[in-house]
Design a protein around this ligand. Structure first.
Ligand code: BTN
Length: 253
């Protein structure tokens, strides 16, 4: 992904089984720095990791579970939300090629209507004030027909379309989108293009909905996202509340 002539071709490492593609990529990268944009893709994870210490359920061979590495050393750590935007938009643009109704639920879940089709776990290593490496772990539900775990609202592309989809095809399209969006970020065009596209893609962007924070439930409408990634919600009395990820939940119907 470097813009000069020394660009190394990203590696695609495909594994039958691994504990977690994020963990595997992280430890491999400590031994040999992989070319930027490299991907570790597994058919099955024995301990797939989700957000907030949760696990990630994915039936063997049915879905896409992979991680990729970037080195956005040009980005200040306090702008790391831009990486989330690149990753979320790239999955949304990929799934838009298969169905309508795909949105980004802040910060980086991907929804089809009110159901979750994709989750991400982004782990950044910092070097001082800047980002050294960013491992983006993505699970997209593709061909799983039934979900048995305790995730409240999962859905797969196959359930939406009523037919199975080639995982390789989805992966190929995703890589096209993510490399393009990452180059846009490298070129410094995020404010003009990525940020606008991310905002346009948001789940529950218009209207009042129920949310829940440490003080209980409340109704609010979307009021913006700060460059740091904080979510702004406006309550019916006009006051604006500011949240970090994990400080507020969207209450689903
Ligand atoms: C979430 O809880 O929504 C995040 C789920 C992230 C799952 C993906 S699957 C590939 C990568 N490896 C992991 O262990 N987790 C991520």
């Amino acid at each position: 992904m470097t813009q000069d002539n020394e660009k190394e071709t990203p590696r695609l490492i495909r594994l039958e089984e691994v504990n977690s593609t994020n963990a595997y990529l992280h430890s491999l990268n400590q031994k040999e720095r992989l070319p930027e944009g490299s991907v570790v893709w597994a058919d099955f994870q024995t301990s797939g990791r989700g957000q907030i210490g949760n696990s990630w359920e994915s039936e063997s061979g049915k879905n896409l579970t992979f991680s990729m590495v970037f080195y956005p050393s040009f980005l200040l750590a306090r702008r790391q939300f831009l990486i989330s935007q690149v990753a979320a938009l790239s999955v949304k643009e990929t799934l838009d090629e298969y169905t309508r109704g795909i949105t980004v639920k802040w910060p980086n879940d991907i929804y089809w209507n009110d159901k979750k089709i994709c989750g991400m776990l982004i782990e950044n290593d910092l070097a001082g004030e800047y980002i050294y490496s960013s491992i983006i772990g993505i699970g997209i539900n593709i061909n799983q027909a039934r979900f048995r775990g305790d995730a409240p609202n999962p859905v797969s592309l196959c359930q939406i379309l009523g037919k199975e989809v080639e995982k390789e095809d989805v992966m190929h399209r995703f890589l096209g989108h993510v490399y393009t969006n990452y180059l846009t970020l490298m070129e410094g065009e995020h404010d003009a293009t990525l940020a606008g596209k991310y905002l346009d893609s948001l789940y529950r962007k218009e209207g009042f909905f129920l949310y829940e924070d440490k003080n209980g439930r409340f109704e609010a409408e979307f009021a913006g996202i700060e460059p740091t990634g904080h979510l702004l919600l406006r309550t019916k009395d006009g006051s604006v509340r500011r949240y970090e990820f994990k400080e507020v939940k969207f209450v689903l119907g």
